[in-house]
Design a protein around this ligand. Structure first.
Ligand code: GLN
Length: 204
């Protein structure tokens, strides 16, 4: 018996960083960009990068529908930064005509922090009931989105204080996880490990 396979959508962005993090945890991690490859994985990571570019390339490679369908039918999915944008059912400050895969019942504002500061780092506590999350997560934000509204089935896992008040930067809806920041940057693997545990919990 082999363990679950986790794909990283490899159109643009932090693909290598996610593959390395997942492999370091012993996962079978593969780059995916074709519909048949999307069909074969047990979970998928949507990396940080540029959400407009990834959405366009997903159309060019004719993989858009395959990804959107699998997310909507329960595939465990982890989106970081641009990946969070791609998971949002509703988008504010998107580019004209910008598409998202959707699947997460949230409203995301793209480049939300960018109006105040382009990038920053923060230690943020996580509301995950596991001993390893007793310590805060060191988070790297780069032209990051934030979450402005969450639907009923969405759990808020983390917020960050801004001049405008607390803003939501990590959410989970069943097997779908998203962060505004880049856990693939640096060597804190707790969120990747948490995602792998969701893949096992919600496995097909
Ligand atoms: N601002 C980018 C977008 O909207 C996300 C930036 C990132 O992933 N670092 O796609």
């Amino acid at each position: 018996m082999t363990g679950p396979t986790v794909g990283v959508l490899a159109l643009q962005g932090d693909v290598r960083e996610h593959l390395r993090a997942l492999s370091n945890l012993g996962a079978d991690a593969v780059a995916v960009r074709r519909p048949s490859e999307v069909a074969d994985v047990d979970g998928l990571v949507l990396p940080g990068g540029e959400s407009t570019t990834m959405a366009k390339l997903a159309r060019t490679f004719e993989v858009f529908e395959a990804v959107a369908d699998r997310i909507k039918t329960g595939m465990p999915t982890f989106g970081t930064c641009a990946g969070m944008v791609l998971l949002a059912d509703r988008l504010r400050d998107g580019a004209v005509g910008q598409e998202t895969f959707g699947g997460l019942d949230i409203t995301v504002r793209r480049n939300a922090f960018g109006r105040q500061v382009d990038s920053f780092e923060a230690d943020i506590p996580f509301d995950i009931a596991e001993a390893s999350f007793a310590d805060p997560v060191h988070a790297v934000f780069i032209r990051a989105p934030w979450v402005e509204e969450v639907g009923e089935g969405v759990d808020v896992l983390a917020t960050v204080a801004t001049e405008l008040g607390d803003r939501i930067v990590a959410v989970q809806q069943g097997p779908v996880l998203a962060t505004s920041f880049h856990p693939e940057v640096g060597d804190d693997l707790r969120l990747h490990r948490y995602f792998l545990s969701l893949m096992i919990g919600y496995g097909r």
